[in-house]
Design a protein around this ligand. Structure first.
Ligand SMILES: *[C@@H]1O[C@H](CO)[C@@H](O)[C@H](O)[C@H]1NC(C)=O
Ligand SMILES: *[C@@H]1O[C@H](CO)[C@@H](O)[C@H](O)[C@H]1NC(C)=O
Ligand SMILES: *[C@@H]1O[C@H](CO)[C@@H](O)[C@H](O)[C@H]1NC(C)=O
Ligand SMILES: *[C@@H]1O[C@H](CO)[C@@H](O)[C@H](O)[C@H]1NC(C)=O
Ligand SMILES: *[C@@H]1O[C@H](CO)[C@@H](O)[C@H](O)[C@H]1NC(C)=O
Ligand SMILES: *[C@@H]1O[C@H](CO)[C@@H](O)[C@H](O)[C@H]1NC(C)=O
Ligand SMILES: *[C@@H]1O[C@H](CO)[C@@H](O)[C@H](O)[C@H]1NC(C)=O
Length: 750
């Protein structure tokens, strides 16, 4: 019943080259900080399972340390499990339904199923592991056995860390951790032993060979009481010299180093690292996980958090304890000490903002555009909307709801415009520009059910800007280029008497973008008739946006696209298909476009882990590496240009470079391939092929002279052909369920 380990692409990417650079680290010894994998790759697989162990080793830095939390069975066999109760991380409650017990641990009554009540035979023959954290895949539940300490050491990890959390408890129940450790030669394989109990470490001091095994004192919550001295950990922290006599380092929750305000902002760092280093103590920080965002300051980029601990101007910790060791590895090996680097292949892959850096500031505001420039976007984008009085300005959609507080002051203007969207809205073409300028922009998350709000401190910052101001800004900042998105042209012309084409043409010409070659102009539309209108300026690059999910682009359709566009902007799901949060296939769409020399851009990339397939390790950088390195995408459209720029600046983004660590692209279906066939989610139908009819749009109607709702006779009878702008808009990944579950997790204070 227990499936043996399937070798797949993830397992072959281990790297052994040593880092050659002359970087210096502000660690105790000046060495590169180490990555410590808690229970292996527990962010993806059941903690301390065979999969978690193997795949941590194959996806992390070559000197990764495997971390095992020791629990003892009735017959004194050491197993690896973080919680002293086995009920949340195994199926033990179902196997031994009536064997729940209560023990007193550090003065508290704890109820559950405890390893020390079972022999190793009982556990290994009956019990399997399950995922204990709800935001993580349950796909592997029920198939993998517990690991013993010897199992973990047996796979020969480069380093092995044994955490002994409950020595006093086991001693009180007549099981001796120290004799377990001494009994075998397993000592040899243990590079670190940590414990939050001073008595245990004192005892270990007499036993271990300190040249081979380091002792580490583990700090728990500041208010918790250390069992030997009966002092709170916060007091012990003030006397690090006493720790120096029993340990060579400390392991602290990351908030000890970078404390957080109540509302999840980083405060100034404590002096813990400097103080400990002064004593000659190494410092390891715990609590890192891609799916437990640390602070708004990191903009949901998990690599930003590691860099805060290893690449700030004042200190570096000596190692990080993480559930996602590949992400820690890439932060240390590929992204640290790289702030001033230029991209190895500048201009090859474009970073295109999505309403500016709309992950950081309200989209399409002056601040979002400034942030996009600061964050390294090559192309900044303006989705052009029209006001009632004909002012062109930048905003994600014609509907002002969501991106502003329009509901509070202009509720009476709410209407239903089925040509634009299937729900009612307050539309820019019904308000004058001066009315629109009274609105307050709003930073909202496109993943509203995820519980992952975007930075509340920036919620109402910035102001909306006209297209003309946007163009002046782009010129002044000398960005490589601009992308002007045009939608609803036909509706605006026939129903509102507004020519968005003329407005854009005039603004570009007034700003002399039509007469210069230094900054690239991209005109994007979902309407081929709009793109045709810009054919006469040869310097403009025309981008067809195809919002519907497609599975492939037959040759005939590609030929048709080629008549209108130089590039195509696609939702992620038209390139990578997913099911239940796992990738299933990579489509042929990008290759089909490339065969006709049409560039392909992917949109929209977002840092929030709920928007990222599990195969990308809940890591936006691995998603980027897959689109860039594996799928050959020419541009990424992103809410967070900083993350894309950091990846492209990294030496590791060049897959041919000789680097110590490679950020390897995911392979479609790799994780589903590891699961038992009967637990796979039902396969979803692939997207349909894109037909010629989908691409070709009717010619644009005349601009009606009256701006009321009556049709202009000159435009002929007003028919409402299904223009491409009316296509489905279902580009999200449908991972909302995860988000809901996350809310309960966060509120449980994990
Ligand atoms: C185990 O699960 C129960 C109920 O789901 C929860 O109350 C408890 O806090 C969990 N324990 C741990 C250690 O996560
Ligand atoms: C657990 O495994 C043992 C064999 O070691 C077997 O005798 C026993 O019946 C199993 N118990 C349950 C509850 O399945
Ligand atoms: C974190 O963000 C807050 C709010 O934007 C800011 O005040 C603070 O300086 C930031 N902290 C760090 C360490 O960057
Ligand atoms: C990066 O550039 C800044 C400003 O030019 C400079 O102060 C800093 O020392 C540079 N950092 C490195 C690591 O070269
Ligand atoms: C639309 O009509 C109103 C009067 O009904 C007029 O004030 C306004 O200038 C017109 N707008 C355009 C763009 O023609
Ligand atoms: C033309 O450009 C100038 C200078 O950039 C600007 O002030 C003005 O508003 C622009 N006019 C139009 C109609 O865009
Ligand atoms: C591909 O398109 C680019 C411009 O987008 C052009 O410079 C190049 O010559 C084209 N290559 C081929 C093979 O058509």
């Amino acid at each position: 019943m227990i499936r043996c380990l399937v070798l797949f692409s993830l397992l072959i990417l281990s790297t052994s080259a040593q880092k050659t650079s002359s970087q210096t680290w502000q660690t105790l010894n000046g060495d590169e900080p180490v990555v410590i994998a808690r229970g292996g790759f527990s962010g993806l697989f059941p903690e301390s399972s065979q999969f978690a162990h193997q795949i941590a080793l194959s996806t992390s830095l070559s000197n990764v340390i495997l971390y095992c939390n020791l629990q003892l069975t009735k017959d004194s066999v050491g197993i690896c499990q973080t919680d002293i109760r086995l009920d949340n991380s195994t199926n033990i409650a179902a196997v031994f339904p009536k064997s729940q017990k209560t023990y007193t641990i550090n003065g508290e009554n704890v109820q559950g199923w405890f390893a020390l009540d079972y022999t190793s035979d009982q556990l290994f023959n009956n019990v399997t592991l399950t995922q204990s954290i709800y935001s993580r895949p349950s796909l592997f539940d029920g198939t993998l056995p517990l690991s013993t300490v010897d199992d973990a050491i047996g796979i020969k990890p480069p380093g092995f860390w044994l955490n002994v959390q409950y020595d006093a408890f086991y001693a009180a129940n007549k099981l001796s951790v120290s004799s377990y450790i001494q009994k075998t030669t397993r000592f040899m394989g243990i590079s670190y032993i940590s414990s939050p109990e001073i008595g245990f470490l004192k005892n270990m001091n007499k036993i271990i060979n300190k040249a081979k095994t380091k002792l580490i004192f583990r700090f728990l919550d500041a208010d918790a009481v250390e069992p030997t001295t009966k002092q709170p950990y916060s007091s012990i922290l003030k006397d690090l010299s006493s720790i120096k006599s029993i340990a060579s380092g400390i392991l602290v929750p990351k908030e000890y180093i970078w404390p957080l305000s109540k509302d999840q902002y980083l405060l100034t760092p404590s002096s813990v690292v400097a103080d400990a280093h002064k004593q000659g103590l190494e410092v390891y920080a715990s609590g890192f996980a891609n799916d437990m965002p640390g602070s708004y300051n990191y903009s949901y980029d998990p690599t930003a958090e590691y860099l805060q601990f290893v690449d700030n101007s004042d200190f570096s910790v000596d190692g990080v304890l993480t559930d996602f060791p590949p992400t820690a590895s890439e932060a240390i090996a590929c992204l640290a000490h790289n702030k001033n680097a230029t991209r190895p292949s500048k201009g090859k892959i474009l970073v295109i903002s999505h309403n500016g850096a709309s992950g950081v500031y309200p989209g399409s505001t002056d601040l979002a555009y400034q942030q996009a420039v600061d964050d390294g976007a090559d192309i900044i984008d303006c989705s052009v909307q029209m006001s009632k009085d004909g002012v062109a300005f930048c905003l994600n959609s014609a509907d002002l709801l969501g991106s502003s507080n329009a509901m509070t002051s202009f509720m009476s203007r709410s209407t239903m415009v089925s040509e634009i969207q299937p729900k009612s809205g307050i539309f820019s073409f019904d308000l004058t520009w001066s009315e629109i300028q009274t609105l307050t922009p709003q930073l909202t998350s496109p993943l509203p059910n995820s519980g992952l709000a975007r930075n509340p401190a920036n919620k109402n910052q910035g102001k909306f800007i006209t297209l003309s101001d946007f163009l002046d800004f782009a010129k002044a900042k000398a960005v490589s280029g601009i992308l002007i998105d045009i939608e609803n042209a036909a509706y605006l012309a026939s129903k509102k008497g507004l020519s968005i084409i003329d407005a854009v043409t005039a603004a570009l010409s007034n700003a002399t973008f039509d007469k210069q070659a230094t900054q690239q102009v991209m005109i994007q539309s979902d309407d081929t008739s709009v793109l045709s209108k810009f054919k006469n300026v040869p310097g403009y690059k025309r981008v067809l946006s195809i919002k519907e999910i497609i599975g492939d682009v037959p040759k005939q359709t590609v030929e048709e696209i080629k008549k209108f566009a130089d590039a195509v902007n696609l939702p992620r799901s038209s390139i990578v298909t997913t099911n239940g949060g796992f990738t299933t296939t990579f489509t042929t769409v990008v290759d089909e476009l490339h065969a006709a020399n049409i560039s392909a851009y992917v949109s929209v990339l977002r840092n929030e882990y709920v928007a990222i397939a599990f195969d990308f390790f809940s890591d936006p950088v691995v998603e980027l590496a897959t689109y860039v390195g594996r799928l050959g995408i020419d541009g990424v459209v992103t809410d967070y240009p900083k993350t894309a720029d950091a990846y492209l600046r990294s030496p590791c983004s060049d897959l041919n470079a000789k680097v110590a660590y490679s950020i390897l692209p995911a392979e479609a279906g790799a994780l589903l391939g590891l699961a038992e066939p009967e637990v796979l989610p039902p396969a979803e139908a692939p997207g349909p092929p894109l037909t010629v009819d989908d691409v070709v749009d009717p010619p644009l109607p005349q601009v009606s002279s009256s701006n009321g709702s009556t049709a202009d006779p000159a435009a002929g009878p007003v028919k409402a052909p299904p223009r491409s702008s009316g296509r489905a808009n279902a580009a999200n990944m449908g991972l909302h369920l995860l988000g809901i579950l996350l809310i309960s997790l966060l509120s449980a204070g994990y």
